[in-house]
Write a protein that binds this ligand. Structure first.
Ligand code: SF4
Length: 300
């Protein structure tokens, strides 16, 4: 397959995958929402969850996005150093997004700065947003697509503290950010916390954290404990689905970290919403694909 054929093939597959992922929650998120519904006790919480599931069923039956805000398209890519079509990936994703805007359909959300003009196909300057990681000695391409909505993940926060503020500053910052950002999102959400050394890397880590599959934990036992403690604390605020009184404002808290400078502590917070539409798809060097990590028993 030459590069032109590969680009067309990848774009076509990704257009269909975007169409799937904007309508169907990934299996782990759907299962988590079912679990939370059973744990809530108040009648109003059960009604909200039932409405969520009804909405998700109707999205599939009517073949339309499960929430009107299909967001800006973010792609987080793990690309093997031996994946042979690396050069056409970005162009294929732009084409896929533009075509999926019509075929899915997606709401037209991308606006160019300085011209104040909606581009009408969800592409634009550095849009879709693509984050690359190169995986050594690997020949696969894994793409995570995320529909980054304006009420949830786009208004994230990041700040740099001094070590003299102590690690307690991290906890306060996360609680302040979640109780503020959570007002705009539709809970329950996944909270991503990035611990790093500057604003940029803490923000990126917070995004990587909330993309992690549910049920996974930070690699360090203390990081995993921090995740559990933050979840327990946030879920004791008395906020439930849709911000009404309830027992669970968060599905999970995920922490990702990097080493920090001796004189900085940086924290980033990203909050999703119950419509946590993120899908993983993996390609080999023949562009054969598999998305069973996110959706089992489904085809496109
Ligand atoms: S917060 Fe999520 S579910 Fe609510 S409107 Fe935004 S994208 Fe949709």
């Amino acid at each position: 397959m030459d590069k032109h054929e590969a680009k067309t093939k990848l774009a076509n597959i990704m257009e269909k995958f975007i169409g799937l992922a904007c309508k169907r929650l990934p299996d782990d998120v759907y299962a988590k929402l079912k679990e939370l519904r059973e744990r809530e006790e108040s009648e109003i919480q059960k009604v909200i969850y039932d409405t969520y599931f009804d909405n998700l069923d109707k999205a599939l039956k009517l073949n339309r996005p499960a929430c009107q805000d299909t967001g800006l398209l973010h792609f987080y890519i793990n690309c093997g150093s031996e994946f042979k079509y690396i050069g056409i990936v970005e162009a294929a994703l732009r084409e896929a997004v533009a075509n999926a805007t019509v075929s899915a359909p997606l709401r037209q959300n991308a606006v160019n700065y300085f011209e104040e003009r909606n581009t009408e196909d969800n592409t634009g300057e550095r849009m879709p947003w693509i984050h690359w990681e190169i995986v050594p000695d690997n020949d696969e391409l894994e793409i995570c697509v995320y529909f980054a909505g304006a009420g949830c993940c786009l208004p994230g926060r990041a700040q740099v503290f001094k070590p003299s503020d102590g690690y307690a500053a991290i906890i306060k910052y996360v609680f302040d950010a979640v109780s503020d950002l959570g007002l705009n999102a539709c809970p329950p959400f996944v909270v991503g916390v990035g611990l790093g050394h500057n604003v940029e890397n803490a923000a990126v880590l917070s995004k990587m954290a909330y993309l992690r599959p549910l049920g996974t934990t930070h690699a360090h036992p203390k990081g995993a404990k921090l995740e559990r403690d933050l979840l327990e604390g946030l879920n004791s605020l008395g906020i439930g689905a849709q911000g009404l009184p309830g027992k669970q404002v968060a599905m999970e808290v995920h922490v990702e970290s990097s080493a920090r400078h001796t004189a900085t502590i940086a924290v980033g917070v990203s909050v999703s919403c119950y419509m946590h539409r993120r899908g993983f798809i993996k390609f080999n060097n023949d562009l054969e694909f598999d998305f069973s990590k996110s959706y089992k028993g489904v085809s496109i």
